[in-house]
Design a protein. Sequence first.
Length: 137
Amino acid sequence: MSDKSVDEEKEILEKLLRKLIEQGKKPSTPVIELDEMKLKEVLKRHKFVVVDFWAPWCLPCRKYAPIFRKVAEQYEREVIFGKVNVEKYPSLAVKFHVMSIPTTIIFVNGHPVKRMIGAVPERDLKEALTEILSRFD
């Protein structure tokens, strides 16, 4: 596949994702890549959002990625899961006071309600989500 066709395919997928977000629907993938605009839309349209702030060079981030995806698959009916690459979008790290990565922030109605720093165990992320879902649902 040429670079051009890969770019075209990526652009089509981005448009579809943007349309789903605008309609307030959940995407088919359990974890979506977020930039400034997508994060703003997701936080505006969905009650429960979990965001992993990470960077490709970060070893703990890479260790945490499969845990985050596994939990995302288990909670995808109730919660939107997204990832923000702080290397690409440092302004989002500044905006949400992310000083270390990985940092996971759980949002309810667009507001951060829980912050977890480091590659947290699956059990801890699930416990936090269960507690928040029961408290705010």
